[in-house]
Design a protein. Structure first.
Length: 122
């Protein structure tokens, strides 16, 4: 598909959502990463770790402060660039991706990793 768009002079910008999943909140059955490692994949309230921090407004927020979660996101972005040859990304609720435990941090893990990555920094 990407190659066909290039053939007609269209660049491809992929709309991605790395800030939340379809999980919802603390109730209900696992739909996504909740059943794998809830405490690693999602931002949870420190004093009540059963409950999700809901920065996104949909019930959960992906925990990009965790190294394995950050690696998963960066690996998937690199895949889209190196294997599928997309030109760039539009990040849903992009400021959420720069959120650390003290709030938004422009030098936070995800944004910093993108700046340092030879494929993502462009």
């Amino acid at each position: 598909m990407v190659a066909h768009f290039y053939d007609v002079g269209v660049e491809v910008i992929l709309d991605v959502v790395y800030n939340h999943t379809g999980e919802g909140n603390d109730v209900g059955r696992p739909l996504s990463f909740k059943g794998i490692d809830n405490a690693s994949y999602y931002r949870l309230l420190p004093d009540k770790p059963r409950y999700y921090i809901n920065d996104t407004g949909v019930g959960n927020t992906v925990n990009l402060s965790h190294p394995r979660v950050l690696q998963m996101v960066n690996d998937s972005l690199r895949y889209w660039i190196t294997e599928m040859h997309v030109d760039g990304f539009r990040f849903d609720e992009g400021t959420i991706l720069g959120r650390e435990w003290a709030g938004f941090d422009q030098g936070g893990g995800f944004l910093d990793s993108c700046r340092q990555d030879p494929f993502l920094n462009r």
